[in-house]
Design a protein around this ligand. Sequence first.
Ligand code: PMT
Length: 395
Amino acid sequence: MENKNIVLCVCGGIAAYKSVELLRLLVKQGARVKVIMTQSAKKFIAPLTFEVISGHSVYSDLFETGQNASIKHIDWADKADAVVVAPATANIIGKMANGIADDAMSTFILAAKAPFLLAPSMNTFMYESIPVQRNLDTLENDGIIIMEPDAGELACGTSGPGRLPEPEHIAGRLKSLLTPKDLKGQTVLVTAGPTQEYIDPVRFISNPSSGKMGFAIAKAAEQRGAQVILITGPVHLPDPHGILTLKVKTAKEMGETLFEHMTHSNIIIKTAAVSDYTPLDKSEQKIKKIKSEMLLPLKKNMDILKKIGAQKKDQILIGFAAETEQLEKHATGKLIKKNLDMIVGNIVGTESSGFQSNTNEVTFFYKDGTKEPFESMEKEAVAHILLDRIIEKYL
Ligand code: PMT
């Protein structure tokens, strides 16, 4: 999103307040955002809110006076890398589908050639009405990307589809729209999160993996046009949009699910923190605290990655190595032993890297013996650089 020129069109609907958060997210990601509001949108939110966050004056009057005022709609349309209409009301959808240009926003829309993302939000009956659906079909055929509204309770008291999707979700789709589709035609299988190995029905052995690293890779691959399958252990992250997300608990379930989907995947990336050991026997009932000391016999879990490495045909196989010391020695050992194309080594146990943090400090080790260390960066950035290298070196 860095330095991208985005135009955010805000129409008059109760969900207009969510556009403020959308604007904040886009600005935070480095985009240059300009806002156009309809006259009715201004009845819901004051333009000043958007002006302060975007750093630009809001455009809403086609006949405003002042420098360059008369050509603003053409100038903004020329420079835009993408346009997002959120919330998109039945009114603007109707105008767009029929080429009507009678105010600042609709005139701008008609002049803009950039990719469009439309996030409709309105009363369920209005959304499902024949004219609105017909207009949406027309816009879809015109190449405009339309987001499905969320379903739920609406401000008007009814319940059903019509809610504006969450701003993070809209921002993600917008990013996807702007990302080159260099993984089109590839199927990427990603594992994420921890596994839980049950001792009894209420206790398990696990680790602090949040799933953030794996989810970031899955989302980045989806944005770049890949078909993505995400197999995840128990995490607290929402299912990523447009990605087949399969949930497992134990290492055994993760292995079984992975082998089911492995054959039709070209690229397999294993970020999951799989438990190396599992209890020898799982107690059927909750274990009572009778003894002052207790030994728990464990048995080794299958090394899923090693088994894939032994079986893989033309697939590209990437592992992660979570280490607390001697990163290079341990990571390269795993690279060779598990027959990988590449391993991402990360030091765990610090605040800015490894488990749970939003950032990660990684070194890429390649099968030709070379390595590439990186400074700590957002996991999303790690994900994109990893995909860049996979494309450059192995596709
Ligand atoms: O989820 P986050 O909070 O964002 O944290 C990210 C992370 C720290 C979990 C991630 O960056 C990471 O390092 N993942 C690998 C964790 C791990 O299990 O490392 P390992 O060195 O123990 O295993 C090496 C590789 O073998 C891994 O790809 C692992 O998925 C795989 N493995 C391990 C054991 C096993 N029984 N089967 C496996 O497939």
